[in-house]
Design a protein around this ligand. Structure first.
Ligand SMILES: CC(C)(COP(=O)(O)OP(=O)(O)OC[C@H]1O[C@@H](n2cnc3c(N)ncnc32)[C@H](O)[C@@H]1OP(=O)(O)O)[C@@H](O)C(=O)NCCC(=O)NCCS
Length: 316
């Protein structure tokens, strides 16, 4: 008999298997330790702007005969002046996962996906109602970079959250690429005479800049702690291109390539091997796709993002 209950430590091994199977189908090799998962149910340090606004969290699990069929993690944002406008009195399905239906003719899981998904998501909506939130979001944020959204590889998740009224924002879609740093050639001389390479800490990134005197004409920002200082072993050798930008007048002269080559050469020496990045479809169309294809960094998945349900009327 299917039933729901709050997350307990005894569910952790099965929850880890559910999460890692989903993650691995998107990025081969990505996986989270049970310690990382259990500590992140209580806080999400990666979201250093929005996480401090969270005032309540709940994790619900769907079980049948001891088998964990799915889980949903909810957060409630506060209403104080420190909370950013879109998050004031908002509630969010931070993530929802369930074992997908078995393919026809196979009965690995003799359970109903539709039943467990619907029970979990109905319970999630009831919790959001009980919290009296005025905005309802769903984000599929499993605490890892570049992957906060519903990837192509999880059609069962996309269908289940759509069935309870969450629609993605077309403007928020992202394309995720990945590749090897080894496929990037060593940098040659700066492609524009007089340009110097500068490297500095910028917010949570390392920023490589192409400087013409005092003028920054191009930059490339990298996130280098995807493995959270050793907490996520699987991501230790991964780096993320968080942004890459060449001033309009300086494009097509090799500056973008030179910055990526210079950064990649340094990162390789530091032990990094793989790269991941998310790009908007608009940027892909306007040249980024060709640029990254040339580096051999291919499309890994597409993410539907910014899921929301129609506004809930405010009380009073
Ligand atoms: C995508 C982007 C970073 C590329 O930067 P760029 O400096 O224009 O790229 P490069 O000059 O290195 O490469 C682009 C073209 O210039 C050519 N090129 C490379 N070195 C060159 C040189 N020394 N002289 C002349 N042309 C050169 C390349 O062959 C390439 O042409 P191709 O696409 O026809 O093969 C830049 O267009 C940009 O900032 N776009 C907006 C933001 C964006 O999309 N960022 C990436 C996603 S996060």
């Amino acid at each position: 008999m299917l039933h729901l209950e709050p997350f307990r430590e005894s569910h952790l091994a099965q929850l880890q298997s559910l999460i890692n199977c989903h993650l691995g189908s998107v990025v081969p090799g990505w996986a989270l330790s049970s310690h990382f998962i259990s500590s992140h149910l209580g806080r999400n340090p990666g979201q250093y702007v929005t996480d401090p606004w969270v005032i309540e969290r709940r994790t619900l699990c769907a079980l049948e005969r001891g088998r964990l069929l799915g889980a949903v993690h909810l957060v409630r944002y506060g209403s104080g002046p420190e909370v950013g406008g879109d998050f004031q009195r908002a509630g969010e399905i931070a993530w929802f996962l369930a074992w997908p239906p078995s393919p026809p003719g196979r009965y690995l899981f003799p359970y109903s996906f539709a039943e467990s998904a619907e029970a979990l998501l109905r319970a999630a909506l009831a919790q959001l109602d009980e919290w009296s939130v005025t905005k309802q979001y769903a984000s599929e944020d499993l605490w890892l970079p570049a992957l906060d959204g519903v990837p192509d590889q999880w059609p069962h998740v996309a269908e289940a959250i759509a069935a309870v009224g969450f629609q993605p924002s077309p403007e928020a879609e992202e394309i995720v690429r990945f590749g090897l740093l080894a496929s990037v050639p060593e940098p040659s001389r700066p492609p524009v005479s007089g340009v110097d390479l500068r490297r500095r800490t910028a917010e949570t990134f390392v920023r490589f800049s192409a400087m013409l005197g005092q003028d920054e004409i191009a930059f490339c920002e990298w996130s280098l702690d995807l493995g959270s200082g050793g907490d996520v072993q699987a991501l230790a050798a991964w780096a993320e291109v968080a942004d890459l930008w060449v001033k309009d007048d300086w494009r097509n002269r090799g500056l973008g390539s030179w910055l990526v080559q210079s950064a990649s050469a340094l990162l390789r020496r530091g032990g990094y091997e793989r790269v991941i990045l998310a790009v908007s479809p608009e940027r892909e169309r306007s040249g980024a796709a060709r640029f990254y294809d040339r580096l051999g960094w291919s499309v890994l998945t597409r993410l539907q993002r910014g899921h929301a349900r129609p506004a809930v009327p405010a009380e009073g």
